[in-house]
Write a protein that binds this ligand. Structure first.
Ligand SMILES: Cc1cc2nc3c(=O)[nH]c(=O)nc-3n(C[C@H](O)[C@H](O)[C@H](O)COP(=O)(O)OP(=O)(O)OC[C@H]3O[C@@H](n4cnc5c(N)ncnc54)[C@H](O)[C@@H]3O)c2cc1C
Length: 445
């Protein structure tokens, strides 16, 4: 039996805690989290703001009570302020109270924090961050209580910015989406896919200010009134800052190895470079099977899987993480885009020689006249080994399950040639005999 302390109880921590409590109940589990809630699904924030769901109450799937009913000691609104990794002790603070605790095994699940744009005016009122339940609630409450919020500027056109731009537009706001790079969703898609999304946003009245650098925020009576870019000033009653997240990994020790991103560098068992100390979720690296390197990819899906792996190892069962591909999806005004692994552009930037094969066709045969929109697919593969290292799909059809096959293909190092004659069944209700996956593979150089 060990005393296992988990610091941070959001997605990664929750997965680890539940795995230990359910499968290794002989251990003593102590949980510290500085927040007042557990397991908030940030992905639901845009749905809540855009009134596609009635409120934020359903965006939680676990609680302190659940952990306590299974025997854990849980301290909410309690911050771990220091860790002595040599003595295996933690300093913990809750309000005015401070105390020490000791562990046999430690799981760090302290997550990530929003990147702050350090420009003049950044402390003006109504410049909002979007990370916690409390952040989303504040935005919703401000918008509901004050009809003078008419124009919203969203800074950052990654998947969170794009989702929020849609959400504000859905509730009738005048929305500008600003980004330094001249594109939306730059990290996840190549140009033909990004252009589809950009057009989709513009068609729905979202103003794009791409390739524009934010220089400052202007204000009136202490409240934000505009965003000054290197090209113009954009009026805004509220600004949402979502330019990205960085690891929240504050604990130092000369023996604790870090990744260039600042995340704790972990092995496939989620172990840090210090024995008995594990790191999971957004504060840790993951093994990326597309680049075959440790990377920083902050996603709830990665957090949950890493939590499960760490829990087994901390409880004494050796288990290795199989790695991730950064698989992701987005659905904006019914345009669904999913991707996994590397784009052509990212692979090229990393010096990986790649080719790609693309195909677009309706999901089902032409004689099926309903629910049969076109699907666009791009498969990215290495020139040298012909291994698949990325895929992107776009459609109004819900084809998202297709991307999971590509995730597995990357993980298992499947070549583009293997896909050519792969057994893909045919039924007109679902797909075509010469379907877009087969056709893209067959047309690979
Ligand atoms: C708006 C939004 C939308 C998103 N959409 C998606 C999506 O669709 N799909 C997806 O996969 N991912 C999505 N993500 C990313 C996902 O939310 C994160 O990857 C995930 O939250 C990481 O979980 P985590 O537990 O590692 O870290 P976090 O969620 O950051 O949690 C860390 C926890 O540690 C606690 N903590 C930190 N420091 C201390 C300390 N010193 N002492 C005590 N407690 C501490 C914090 O209070 C917090 O509860 C989204 C994120 C946002 C913000």
């Amino acid at each position: 039996m060990s005393k296992i302390i988990v610091v941070g109880a959001n997605h990664a921590g929750t997965a680890a805690i539940n795995t230990i409590l359910d499968q290794y109940p002989e251990n003593e589990v102590v949980v510290y989290d500085r927040n007042s809630n557990i397991s908030f699904l940030g992905c639901g924030m845009a749905l809540w703001i855009g009134k596609q769901i009635p409120d934020g109450d359903g965006l939680f799937y676990c609680s302190k009570d659940v952990f306590e009913s299974k025997g854990a000691k849980v301290f909410m609104e309690t911050e771990v302020t220091a860790i002595d990794f040599d003595k295996k002790t933690l300093t913990v603070k809750s309000g005015a109270k401070e105390w020490q605790d000791t562990y046999d095994k430690l799981i760090l699940a302290t997550g990530s924090k929003p990147i702050f744009l350090p420009v003049p005016g950044a402390d003006l009122k109504n410049i909002q961050f979007v990370k916690l339940y409390q952040n989303a609630k504040e935005v919703v409450e401000k918008l509901e209580s004050d009809s003078s919020f008419k124009s919203i500027a969203v800074v950052g056109a990654g998947y969170i910015g794009v989702e929020l731009a849609e959400a504000f537009r859905r509730i009738g706001k005048d929305v500008a989406l600003i980004d330094l790079v001249p594109t939306v969703l730059g990290q996840y898609y190549d140009a033909p896919f990004r252009d589809l999304m950009a057009r989709n946003l513009e068609d729905h009245g979202i103003r794009l200010a791409l390739g524009e650098k934010v220089l400052s925020f202007t204000g009136k009576d202490g409240k934000v009134s505009g965003v000054v870019t290197d090209k113009r000033e954009i009026a805004a009653d509220m600004v949402i800052q979502c330019v990205g997240f960085k690891p929240n990994a504050p604990f130092e020790n000369p023996k604790l190895t870090r990744h260039a991103s600042g995340a704790y560098l972990v092995d496939k068992r989620q172990q840090t470079s210090i024995p008995d100390v594990y790191a999971i979720g957004d504060c840790a690296t993951v093994f990326d099977t597309a680049t075959r390197k440790d990377q920083y990819i902050a996603l709830a899906t990665n957090a949950v899987r890493s939590g499960i792996v760490a829990a087994h190892n901390a409880a004494g069962t050796a288990l290795e993480h199989i790695g991730v591909q950064g698989s992701n999806g987005i659905n904006i005004y019914n345009l669904k885009m999913v991707s996994t692994g590397l784009t052509v552009e990212r692979a090229s930037a990393l010096g990986i020689p790649v080719d790609f094969s693309e195909y677009e066709d309706t999901q089902k045969p032409a004689f099926i006249q309903s629910e049969n929109p076109p699907v666009k697919l791009r498969i990215v593969y290495r020139k040298d080994t012909r291994e698949i290292i990325g895929a992107q799909m776009a459609s109004e059809y819900d084809m998202h399950m297709g991307i999971h096959m590509f995730s597995l293909a990357i993980e298992e190092r499947v070549t583009i040639d293997k896909l050519k004659l792969m057994d893909i069944f045919f039924l007109p209700h679902f797909n075509q005999p010469y379907n877009y996956i087969t056709m893209a593979a067959l047309s690979a150089k």
